[in-house]
Design a binder for this molecule. Sequence first.
Ligand SMILES: *Cc1c(COP(=O)(O)O)cnc(C)c1O
Length: 385
Amino acid sequence: MQDKPIAKDEILKELEDIHKLDYDYADGRILGSMCTEAHPFAKEVYCKFLDTNLGDPGLFKGTKFIENEVIKSIGELLSLDNAYGNIVTGGTEANIMAIRAARNHARKYKGITDGEIIIPESAHFSFKKAADMLNLKIVEAKLDENYKIDVDALKNVISDKTIAIVAIAGTTELGLIDPIKEISEIAFENNIYFHVDAAFGGFSIPFLKKLGYDLPVFDFSLPGVCSITVDPHKMGLAPIPAGGIIFRKEEYLDVMAVDSPYLTVKTQSTIVGTRLGASTVATYAIMKYFGKQGYCRIADELMNNTKYLYDGLNEIGYDVVCEPELNIVAFNHPDLDTNDFAQKLEEKDWKVSVAKCPIAIRIVLMNHIKKSHLKELLEDLKEIY
Ligand SMILES: *Cc1c(COP(=O)(O)O)cnc(C)c1O
């Protein structure tokens, strides 16, 4: 830090210059991100609540009330009448909380001290962090030829040490939904904690189903489901950081509670102590602003764009990995190696990402990608082909 104060204008000028190094969603060149620009109204609300601290809810009773309301609303979207949980920093923290709840629950009620979690090969890397921090062993469930959990393979890896099974509603790489109903039954019969990671799909599947899209059940209407992760900062259009963790029962929060002596409440179950209220209130506001109708319209639009890209790629002759269930399309060039292909797209200033399972270019049709951008992209893809 320099000794003397610097004038605001000068600082802002410097920051503006540096900010130019960042890509802007509005340019439509970011094709591989699951985040997007937050809605302007959500940003406006966010700024008004910047000083609120949900870590000390006795001091911020209003903001805490709003968090409870948001959890209730998201719970209802997921077919749960009495939801418990928190708005946290994102899908990663939500998943870590779910696994921590499962671990503590199994420790308390089953005496398991060296637990294992079963996650699909397609799981988000946040579960590796969770397992590392919580001292759990990861057991991978194989995928079938459609890149979804192979239910028989899953059954075979369940053991006395299994403290949780994880399935995904909207995989990070392909946007696919695992056979959650079947897995819920297995988890229920075996009395094993079942977590559904709908970080990506949570703000679209319920709306697409409402519109009549043929998607499987993935939520709390299945009795085996104990918790669900949903990210408002993806298709929910809330500002970062906003992830949601929803629990079926309060006891899952209770098993994580530690004493919090100097605060206005006696215990705390979240990982983070001081915790932003702004993104929670912004989530509340944007959910009110759109309502189910608004989110249905958005989800439908994203799927239309997905279909447009999918059809365009097939028309040119690209190898599309699978028919999209949500707004992700993964594909390969018939001849080029995937990384070389990605390089060619980078040269044309498209920010793409490469999926690992299977290796493919992956495009997430987020809200900032418009038809006009897709037209331009398909033109470039024609040229590269
Ligand atoms: C995005 C995503 C995550 C991680 O969420 P962050 O908000 O980046 O922490 C976890 N799981 C799935 C399925 C995701 O799509």
